[in-house]
Unconditional design. Structure first.
Length: 113
């Protein structure tokens, strides 16, 4: 094998690695968002089970989480099953805010009766 052929193989391999590493985070980001939604769903359920969340707080937290799930589905449908970097950042920001709300509602001294 001559050096030109070897150079083409190395360049092709580097291009393939670049394509895979740039495409995977966007595809994987949809799964990451889904995992965060599921984690927050579990936190809400734990708050209900422990009596830390009132039914009104539960409904409010669930409604916001349902809106985030719906936005994720709409974004995935609009982009062929992938999230753009902007959509991923936007969903993560919404999940960060929802996480803080869940924490607050679980620790605000209101209890179920």
């Amino acid at each position: 094998m001559n050096s030109i052929a070897l150079g083409k193989i190395v360049a092709t391999g580097a291009l393939a690695v670049t394509l895979v590493t740039t495409a995977l985070p966007l595809a994987a980001s949809a799964g990451e968002v889904w995992n965060r939604v599921e984690n927050q769903q579990d936190r809400i359920a734990a708050g209900v089970a422990s009596g830390q969340l009132t039914w009104a707080e539960y409904r409010s937290d669930e409604a916001r989480l349902a809106a985030i799930r719906a936005q994720r589905v709409a974004d995935l449908r609009a982009n062929g099953g992938r999230l753009t970097a902007f959509e991923h950042a936007q969903l993560n920001a919404e999940l960060n805010a929802e996480s803080a709300r869940i924490y607050w509602t679980k620790h605000n001294e209101r209890r179920q009766f």
